[in-house]
Design a protein around this ligand. Structure first.
Ligand code: UD1
Length: 363
């Protein structure tokens, strides 16, 4: 029995690290890893493989960057060849990237069942690339692993009921497993900040960074937040964001911010654990802040991780400088984190069980 697991972007490497390990330990199937190459800079890709001791992918598709259509098409064509050569019993895909959708399409056309991890997330606007990728992947998948019962309800609202499991969030498994390696004091000292006395920020969504207005407003808001609280803001810059800041001549709007390159998982979590609060448009980081007991400002019009907004732990914030300052100040107030919203860190085992059950139905 064989499952091909497809990754391509930063958050998928982190999730695959644990799922792949659990699969190999179970010995239940031959786990073949494929990297699409969507993320290719060493600090967007290699660093994660090294940190997690992940095996080299058996196939690297080398697609690189491109328009949505070109990237999706390149992964689709290359994955069809891989699937025809490997002839697996299932394809495993993660989340909502172009890589995810392209792999799912290639498998669906070859009648290969799809296991979608992090299924059932829904977020407005409907035309956001990640939302298109998630909805279509969910409708192609035969096994859908949701992080919470909200995901299950979202799928039921679209008439997807078969093969749906609430498995919890694999990122919580990763967080708990790697927590002994976090070094909050050393990480903050290395970046010249005092534990409890700084913010961590990340920014990369197209709607925030691809036009000068929102990008400038958020950078200005972060600078003012730093000035008004006297607390440094560490902004970990995705290559896309750095390119746009240079293109729109916005480096000066970031005056007063501490600009960092993209950092690895262990360093980022170490910094978050010692931070006062987080500001981000990353789906993963808004949950990881919660796992670290830190509140987050979510720089998005909406989020799929709605449970953390509804209880008031995280705050949604539009790209307006004054609102960024107000929300950043507001999340400094302590609020008790809601308990066990996304399971208790046993998701990898649940995924292995669901996959085994799928494989036994194929034999
Ligand atoms: C992608 C996913 C998003 C996920 C994110 C994690 C899609 C549509 N989006 O967004 O869901 O949260 O990954 O980081 O799949 N670039 C580099 N080096 C790299 C990778 C990208 O310079 O290693 C640049 C590219 O030139 C491109 C830009 O970053 O212009 C965007 O990359 P892309 O993979 O399209 O999307 P992300 O913004 O990373």
């Amino acid at each position: 029995m064989k499952i091909v697991s497809l990754v391509g972007a930063r958050p998928q490497f982190v999730k695959e690290a644990l799922v792949g390990q659990a699969a190999r330990e179970s010995g239940a199937w031959d786990h073949v890893l494929v990297h699409s190459g969507q993320h290719y800079d060493p600090d967007m890709s290699d660093v994660f493989f090294k940190e997690f001791g992940m095996p080299r992918p058996q196939h690297h598709l080398g697609v690189g960057s491109g328009s949505h259509g070109a990237m999706t098409a390149a992964v689709l064509a290359a994955m069809e060849e891989v699937l025809l050569a490997e002839r697996p019993q299932a394809l495993m895909v993660y989340g909502d990237t172009n890589t995810t959708l392209a792999g799912a399409l290639a498998a669906a056309k070859l009648c290969i069942p799809i296991i979608h991890i992090e299924a059932g997330i829904r977020q407005k606007p409907r035309d956001m690339p990640e939302e298109i990728n998630r909805v279509l992947t969910d409708h192609l998948a035969s096994r859908l692993l949701c992080c919470s019962s909200l995901g299950q309800r979202n799928l039921a609202a679209e008439n997807i009921r078969q093969g749906v499991h609430v498995a919890g969030d694999i990122m919580l498994d990763v967080f708990l497993r790697l927590r002994p390696r976090f070094a909050p004091a050393a990480a903050s000292a290395a970046r010249g900040v005092v534990p409890g006395g700084y913010f961590v920020a990340t920014l990369h969504r197209d709607f925030n960074v691809d036009r000068p207005e929102p990008l400038s407003a958020i950078l200005t808001g972060l600078s003012r937040l730093s000035a008004s609280t006297g607390m440094p803001v560490l902004l970990c810059l995705h290559p896309r964001t750095r390119q746009r800041m240079e293109r729109f001549d916005l480096i000066r709007a970031a005056d007063g911010l501490v600009l960092l390159p993209p950092v690895g998982y262990i360093e980022l979590m170490s910094l978050v654990c010692a931070s006062a609060a987080v500001l981000t448009d990353s789906g993963g980081l808004q949950k990881e802040a919660y796992y670290a007991g830190r509140r987050a400002v979510v720089l998005m019009p909406d989020t799929g991780w709605r449970e953390l907004i509804e209880c008031g732990f995280n705050l949604l914030c539009p790209p307006e400088a004054d609102r960024v300052v107000a929300a950043g100040q507001a999340v400094l107030a302590p609020v008790a984190p809601p308990p066990a919203v996304y399971g208790c860190g046993e998701t990898a085992a649940a995924i292995v069980t669901v996959a085994q059950e799928l494989l036994s139905s194929c034999s």
